[in-house]
Design a protein around this ligand. Sequence first.
Ligand code: NAG
Ligand code: NAG
Length: 293
Amino acid sequence: MSFLPIVINISNRFVFFLCLLVILFHSPCSTMMMPGNLYDVNPCVTCKTISDKFVEGYRKTAKSNFGGGNTDWEEKKLKGYAKSETRLIEIMEDACSKSESQCSTFLEKYEDQIEEWYQTTSPELIDNFYQWLCLDTAKVCCPEGTFGKNCRQCHYGDNKRVCSGNGNCDGDGTRSGNGRCICDTKYSGTNCSNCQNGYTKSIDENNQVICSDVDECRSNLFISPCIFYKCNNTDGGYECYGEPFFRQLPKMSTLAVLLLTCSILMYKEMYGLASLACIMTSIVLILFAKNIL
Ligand SMILES: *[C@@H]1O[C@H](CO)[C@@H](O)[C@H](O)[C@H]1NC(C)=O
Ligand SMILES: *[C@@H]1O[C@H](CO)[C@@H](O)[C@H](O)[C@H]1NC(C)=O
């Protein structure tokens, strides 16, 4: 009778242990802890990398291994090599760097199809390899200017460019993303054809929207937006700086009086006093200019 609870207890512990194992190895945390196992790399990016490496290897091996001569024997051997297993292995070996498990997994999955492509397709079509592998076969990428599961079209501008050429479409060329335009600074709107505040819109001969900075300091004919202060135009705005105009008045009048005194004394030919007044004027002027007074 007392035997049964123990059995249950043991099996409970076993189940608990099993659960722990499952949690450890299948939680998102465990993937984050394992280096080289980053599942958040976009499969399209992985595919593009493989495709680029494959094309590069394909071109490289086309030239290497046989130098110069074109005797019949060499030509035959060259033909043999062109579709050989040796060459394919050589190309595939460099397609993934060793640490990238996602890359290797991807490559393994499409290995047979790649080999078939390699055996049956003529060498000129290497330029279409990306299209064949990533778009048509693995279906992990979308054509340029489209995004998401069903390769829906990104927002185009009136100039027929993605996001009017003033931003990026989220997920462009991949099977993910939401297709929204992420506009460059200065630009806004669903297709980046509008300007943010502080910029004026113009359209050039190629129908390209251009947003340029408004010079707020000059945009109003009579009054600067800073009124009594000095105005500095900045990218997308303006800033006011310096002393307001009326604060400068006492300084101006002091200078004027000194200058007048110096001139009158000169006029009266009282050169000793005049030079004193003129020197004082210069000193005060320098002190004002250097913001010491
Ligand atoms: C781009 O967006 C503007 C408004 O933000 C709209 O008037 C225009 O028709 C759009 N262009 C295209 C090609 O959808
Ligand atoms: C005016 O703004 C520019 C930046 O747009 C800045 O480099 C410059 O130092 C500013 N000048 C003054 C006097 O604040």
